[in-house]
Structure formats: C-alpha cells, structure tokens
Design a protein around this ligand. Structure first.
Ligand code: FAD
Length: 476
C-alpha cells in the first residue's frame, strides 16, 4: 500500500492575511497539501467571546480572506468548537504532520497553544509558531532586573534600541492546494455562525465606514501615508478631521502586519525621521506596551493593575446615567458625539475615547470595567490588551496611568480640539443650529429643544471624584 501523503495545517487566528504571514510562508516552503483553518472558539477556558461589533467585522474579514485564499489556489476551512479538539480532529482527518501558526500573547490563548504543541509532540506532529503580530515580543523586552516594564517611555526606548523590526514577507502568490479525497477538510458555512446582527440589524453605519479585509487595510494605510501622516502630530488630536490612520481594527484582526506598517512608513519617509512619523511609531509602541502588560497580567480586563484600587469606592451608576452615557445623551456634547460615533461606526477618535472614558469613571464615578465591557461590545477594534490597558490608564488603576487628579473637562476639550464644532455637528444633529461658541455648552441655550440637560454637574462631580481618590490615597 502506498504510504499516506503528509499534509500541513495553518491555523489562522488574529492574522487574517496573506501578506507578511510567516506561518503561511512556511507552509509554502513545506510544499505539502495545505489546510488553512479558522476556528471560532467560544468554548475553551478563559477565551473572551467577541463583542457584537467585532463579530460583524470577523464575518466580513473571513469572507474577504476566503476569496484571497481562493485566488492563491487555496481555501479557507471554517470550524467551530474548542480549538484543541478541533485541531486534533482536523489533523486526523487530513493526515497532517505539520501544524503552523503565528503567536498570540493572551494568557488562555498561550495555555491553549502550549497544550496543542505538547499534544503534537506526543503524537509525532511538528508544531511551529512564528512572530507576526507584535514587533517586539514581550519576553524579549525586559527591565534590567528581567521583569516587565511598567512605564511606557523606557519600554519604548528599550524596544527601539533592540534593533529594527524584521522586513515583512511578501504574500505568497500561490499556496499549496488543499488535500483531495478523504484528506479534504470539510468546512462550516460562515452564515451558520450567525456573526452578523439581525433584528435589529444595527450594522449599516459600520458597513458605510469600513472595508474589512486585507485589501481594505492596505487602502487605509495608503490613504494615511498619502495624507494625514505628514501632519499626524497635530492632526491626531482633532476629531473633526481624518487625522489618524484608522488602522486599529485591521491591526486587531491582523489584516495588516505591524511589520508592514512600520516598513511602509520607513519607505515613504526614508530620510530623517520627522517628529510626526516618530509620534505615529510611538502610537504603534503603545499597542506593543498594552500587549506586554497583558502578557504579564493576563487578568488585565478584570483586575486592577494597581491592587490598591481594589479599595476604591466606585459608585454604581443609576440605570438612567449608564444609559445616558451609552447612548450619547449625557448633555455634554463631546462625550455624546463620541458615544454616538462609537454606536454608529464601531470606532471612536482616541481623544474622545479618553474624554468619554474619563466622564464615566470620574464624573459618574463608575467602575472602569463597566466602560471596558461596553467598548468591548461596540468597538470594531476591541482589543484584548489595548481596551483594558487604556481603560485602566484613564481610571488611574493602570500602568503608567493618568494621575488621579487628571479629570478631562469635556467642555474645555471640545473647545480646544473641536473649536468649530465640526465633530459635534456631525454626530449630534440636534446641536446643528448652534454657533461655534454656543455649541460646546448647550445647556446655556434656553430655547434649544431635543438635547438633554447634563446628567451631572461638572464642578460637583469633579470634587466628588477628587475626594474619593484622596480617600484611597490616605488609606495607603
Ligand atoms: P492611530 O492614531 O492612527 O494610531 C495607529 C495605531 O497605533 C492604532 O491603530 C493602534 O493600533 C495603535 N494605538 C494608538 N493609540 C493607542 C493606544 N492608546 N493604545 C494602544 N494602541 C494604540 N485601541 C485599540 O486598538 N483597541 C481598543 O480596544 C482600544 N480601546 C481603547 C479604550 C480607551 C478608553 C482608550 C482611551 C483608548 C483605546 N484604544 C484602543 C486606543 C486608541 O484609542 C485607538 O488605538 C485609536 O483611536 C485607533 O485609531 P487609529 O487606528 O486611527 O489610531
């Protein structure tokens, strides 16, 4: 009897791309019949289920990936279930001898990957993993004493001093075809996963705003490099203009590699690094820093990074207050415009994220976990590391956190960063009749209709927050 043909499996996770995908490139080198699988794992211990907006994104991203793989002579196999069981079964079905993946850095994900690696070794399979989604893997950047960094600036200095990130790998023009006959893997039908919202279908604004998938990611990068990149230092703070890259959901799902982004910038701005380019790179650095924090603190989404905050006296917001914040009806235009932008498009400008988050945790004194959970459900870029790390940063409970006395004033912020009220008008049509001066403080307009009065007063709520933080400090 002829010996069975060996095959390989590439297991795609947060790397839904062909370009700069080391696991796929390795599969090309092996040249064996190849199964490319994505597993929807909602059952393995500790894996955080995706929120609604991310599920919408995933559906479209997988559709796009499937078409891209088909063009390269391959196919996408979809399976649902606990990843370890699915991988074992798939290896049996296809006769795989090689399992390849790009690394993940969350605690439960790493535990799962380690189990699969151990099982592979015991069963004579070769499991190989690669660096693809972070420029600097957490264990390679440590302090003098070997621990993780707690402050961004020295972390990023250590990263950049450790050498230039490797060059990105080109997308393979042709991939080995899947096995045939009994070795061909059966795939689920994407529609059966029901990732898209129905009754109600709230996704129209997302569809108008985004192009999920690898091509969309590259369009975003090109648009950014052709336009806002050169003015990024100032432009990034102005929510009424497209001053940032909007690459976050594409990076989140790995539709574009950070190595590709890094090197494209290098190519486009080859000479002296302008301050704008340096600032943009350091924002990519914040993404790395957040992952390094999650790597060292797998419970970052549920536990205070600074344990003294376990004693902090958060106040349970009333259902009406929480709803007002979620729906963009707090009476503070910048917060409301941000929360409506989030609801309509699945994304919010970074400066407004800081202001909206500060309003919830400081003016309403609500536990940051409430806000983190809402963002997790509504952001298309909801990221297991960046979301909790930034919420904790705003709350003061996090690493290198904003000091407790820094309470964003939504009125000052909107006067400063949206002086003309362009952003406010885009998302709050009720305020459109107000002029550039009046729009930031609509409660001063007695005749204005249809826009709510402030849910809390700014001076009182600020005092209450400061007193609560002071109490925590005094207990030390
Ligand atoms: P750019 O300004 O173009 O930056 C380029 C890239 O750098 C981003 O795509 C992102 O990958 C990274 N980056 C920029 N700022 C940060 C930051 N502060 N922390 C980590 N990475 C950063 N970002 C997420 O990707 N996912 C989240 O779930 C998320 N939740 C957040 C929650 C709060 C409360 C706050 C204040 C910020 C959060 N951020 C999150 C960070 C930041 O707001 C977004 O990364 C940024 O707005 C994305 O837009 P952009 O791609 O145009 O960014």
């Amino acid at each position: 009897m002829a010996s069975p043909v060996e095959t390989s499996i590439v297991w795609l996770r947060d790397d839904l791309r062909l370009d700069d995908n080391p696991a796929l490139s390795r599969a090309v080198e092996l040249g064996l019949p190849l199964t490319v699988v994505y597993i929807l794992d909602e059952e393995s211990d500790g894996i955080r289920p995706l929120g609604g907006a991310a599920r919408w994104w995933l559906h479209h991203s997988l559709t796009s990936l499937s078409a891209d793989l088909a063009k390269a002579g391959s196919a996408l196999t979809l399976r649902r279930g606990p990843a370890e069981r699915v991988i074992r079964k798939l290896a049996e079905e296809t006769g795989a001898r090689h399992i390849l993946w790009n690394r993940r850095y969350g605690g439960p994900e790493r535990a799962l990957d380690a189990e699969i690696k151990a099982w592979s070794a015991e069963n004579g399979l070769d499991a190989e993993s690669f660096q693809a989604n972070l420029l600097f893997e957490p264990w390679t950047i440590t302090t003098g004493s070997g621990g993780p960094y707690k402050v961004f600036t020295p972390f990023w200095r250590a990263c950049t001093a450790s050498g230039e990130p490797r060059a990105p790998l080109p997308a393979p023009s042709h991939l080995p075809s899947p096995g045939t006959g009994s070795r061909a893997a059966r795939s689920d039908t994407l529609a059966d996963w029901r990732l898209l919202p129905v009754s109600p279908d709230w996704s129209a604004g997302l569809a108008r705003t985004w192009e999920p998938g690898e091509a969309g990611a590259h369009h975003r990068l090109d648009d950014f490099l052709d336009g806002p990149a050169e003015e990024y230092g100032n432009g990034r703070d102005v929510p009424g203009v497209e001053g940032t890259s909007r690459l976050s959901p594409h990076l989140r799902f790995g539709e574009i590699s950070p190595f590709r982004v890094w090197h494209e910038i290098r190519l486009r701005f080859p000479r002296e690094e302008t301050p704008d380019v340096g600032i943009f790179r350091s924002e990519l650095g914040w993404r790395e820093f957040c992952w390094q924090l999650l790597y060292a603190n797998p419970q970052l989404a549920t536990r205070n990074y600074r344990p003294e905050f376990d004693r902090f006296e958060w106040q349970e917001p009333t259902p009406a207050e929480l709803k007002a914040w979620q729906q963009g009806r707090t009476g503070y235009p910048l917060v409301d415009a941000g929360m409506r932008q989030l609801w309509q498009t699945g994304w919010m400008h970074n400066r407004v994220r800081m202001a909206a988050a500060s309003f919830l945790v400081k003016n309403l004194l609500a536990d940051w976990r409430l806000g983190e959970a809402w963002f997790w459900d509504t952001l298309v870029d909801a990221d297991a590391a960046s979301n909790p790390a930034n919420w904790q940063w705003v709350a003061g409970s996090g690493a290198d956190a904003s000091p407790y006395f820094r309470i964003f004033n939504p009125v000052t912020q909107s006067k400063k960063f949206d002086a003309e009220g362009r952003y406010l008008r885009e998302f709050i049509p009720e305020l459109a009749p107000l002029n550039r001066k009046a729009i930031h403080e609509p409660w001063k307009q007695p005749d204005l209709e249809g826009y709510p009065a402030p849910v809390v007063g700014l001076p009182e709520s600020r005092e209450r927050a400061l007193a609560t933080y002071q109490k925590l400090k005094d207990q030390k």
